[in-house]
Design a protein around this ligand. Structure first.
Ligand code: SF4
Length: 212
C-alpha cells in the first residue's frame, strides 16, 4: 500500500525536468545583464560557461535539456512552432559565435570606463525595474519558434554545441594520438581542429533534443 502511494505521488522524470527548467529560467533571466559586464562578471561567467562546456563534453545533456533559459522558452512555446524560414545553420552559428566573442571587447573600446567596473547582476542595487531588457529578450525567444520552428534558435543560431563538439574532438584526438608522435605533433599544432573529422556529435545531440 505504502509503495502504491509513493508511486502515485512520484513526479515523472519529464515533469521533474520541466520543474527544473522553470527554476533555471527564473535564475538565468535574473542574471541576464542589461549593461556591458565588467571584468569581474566576465571572469565569473567565463568560469561558469567553461564548466558547462566541460560537463557537456563529458556527455551530459543537462545544459541544453534543462539549464538553458533559451531552450526552456522555446520548449514552452513549442505548440506555436512553425518552421517558416530555413537559415544557413553553419553560417548563423558562426556569426553568433563571432558576435559573442567580440561584443565585449568592442564595447569596452567604445566605453572604456565600463572595462573597469566591478558591478555584477548580483548587486542589490540592480532592481527589477532595470531589467525590462530581460523580458524583451524572453519575448524575442518566444516569438522565434513561430518563424524558425521547434528549437530553431538552437538549430540555426546557437554555437554552444559546436564549441562542445570541437572540444570533444580535441580531447579525443589527444587521447588517440600515439605517444611517440604526441610531442612532435603538439609542437606544430595550431589548434585548428581540421584534423579531427567532419561529423559533429553536437549536431546529433541537438537532433535528439529537437525530436524529443
Ligand atoms: S543549443 Fe544553445 S540555445 Fe539551445 S538549449 Fe543549448 S545552449 Fe541553449
Amino acid at each position: 500500500m505504502e509503495r502504491l502511494v509513493v508511486t502515485r505521488g512520484a513526479i515523472s522524470p519529464e515533469r521533474r525536468r520541466r520543474l527544473l527548467q522553470l527554476i533555471f529560467l527564473f535564475v538565468n533571466l535574473s542574471l541576464v545583464e542589461a549593461h556591458l559586464p565588467g571584468p569581474l562578471w566576465l571572469a565569473i561567467g567565463g568560469i561558469f560557461w567553461m564548466a558547462l562546456v566541460g560537463i557537456s563534453v563529458a556527455g551530459s545533456s543537462l545544459v541544453c535539456g534543462t539549464m538553458c533559459w533559451i531552450g526552456t522558452i522555446q520548449d514552452i512555446f513549442e505548440p506555436l512552432a512553425r518552421p517558416r524560414f530555413r537559415l544557413d545553420a553553419r553560417l548563423g552559428r558562426a556569426v553568433t559565435f563571432t558576435l559573442l566573442v567580440l561584443w565585449m571587447p568592442i564595447g569596452w573600446l567604445i566605453r572604456p570606463e565600463l572595462a573597469t567596473h566591478d558591478r555584477t547582476p548580483l548587486d542589490a542595487a540592480f532592481a527589477w525595474q532595470h531589467h525590462f531588457f530581460q523580458f524583451g529578450l524572453a519575448a524575442l525567444v518566444a516569438a522565434s519558434v513561430a518563424f524558425l520552428g521547434k528549437r530553431g534558435i538552437c538549430r540555426y543560431l546557437c554555437p554552444f554545441n559546436d564549441v562542445v563538439a570541437t572540444v570533444r574532438r580535441l580531447v579525443r584526438a589527444r587521447r588517440t594520438q600515439p605517444a611517440s608522435t604526441a610531442s612532435t605533433a603538439s609542437a606544430s599544432c595550431a589548434g585548428c581542429a581540421g584534423c579531427a573529422g567532419k561529423t559533429t556529435d553536437a549536431s546529433a545531440h541537438l537532433e535528439r533534443l529537437i525530436s524529443r
